[in-house]
Design a protein around this ligand. Structure first.
Ligand code: 5GP
Length: 190
């Protein structure tokens, strides 16, 4: 998506540890018009999939997920992140590893909001190694829900998580795919 790539080129900052900071429009301050365009594009790609719920993870996926859900006319549901070991019986849970914090955590969603009746579109701001996406897919598997696929704002394609999940049969649509990035040479898109 050209609009998003242009914005990443203009405002994205490459940090050590393969972290792209996009705080000015996606992860801290939100450019609602841009995110609405991203949401419309993702929703259009999945419009024939009978999606009943958009699933994301707190906190940084929520903004994109809301715009996608508005265009698909369905609810957005965000998995909560917890370190609690005693997980209540009323939630679906899945383990994940945080790319940005480096720790393991558990994602939970209430059984009240995700069930075998649902067809889910998973949405996230970033896709790197794929741990967050796998955990959300596992939540859906636990719930018996169907996964239509995933809509991602920014995929760091060179980190391989997306291609692994595609090889496993998951449909993943990314609005910007980064082929390589570093502080000196900048950002190259696929
Ligand atoms: P993965 O689980 O695919 O390795 O990483 C995806 C998650 O880590 C996303 O939910 C996102 O919050 C975070 N993340 C991964 N890479 C980056 C990055 O370069 N920049 C930012 N801001 N977040 C990232």
């Amino acid at each position: 998506m050209q609009l998003l790539e242009e914005r990443i080129r203009k405002d994205g900052k490459v940090f050590p540890g393969d972290v792209l900071k996009v705080d000015s429009f996606l992860n801290h301050q939100l450019d609602a018009e841009l995110l609405d365009a991203v949401g419309a594009e993702i929703a259009d790609l999945f419009k024939d999939c009978a999606v009943t719920k958009v699933l994301t993870a707190e906190a940084s996926g929520i903004a994109v997920a809301c715009f996608v859900a508005a265009h698909l006319h369905c609810p957005a549901l965000f998995a909560k992140k917890t370190r609690t070991l005693n997980i209540a019986a009323s939630v679906w849970s899945a383990k994940a590893h945080s790319y940005t914090h480096g720790n393991d955590y558990t994602m939970v969603v209430s059984k009240e909001y995700l069930s075998s009746e649902d067809t889910v579109l998973i949405v996230d701001d970033f896709l790197a190694n794929g741990s967050a996406l796998r955990a959300m897919r596992n939540l859906c598997i636990e719930a018996g829900a169907k996964v239509a696929g995933a809509g991602i704002a920014i995929e760091k394609a060179y980190q391989g998580g997306g291609d692994e999940l595609r090889a496993e049969g998951m449909r993943i649509e990314s609005m910007a795919r980064i082929a390589s990035m570093d502080a000196e040479d900048g950002i190259q898109f696929c």
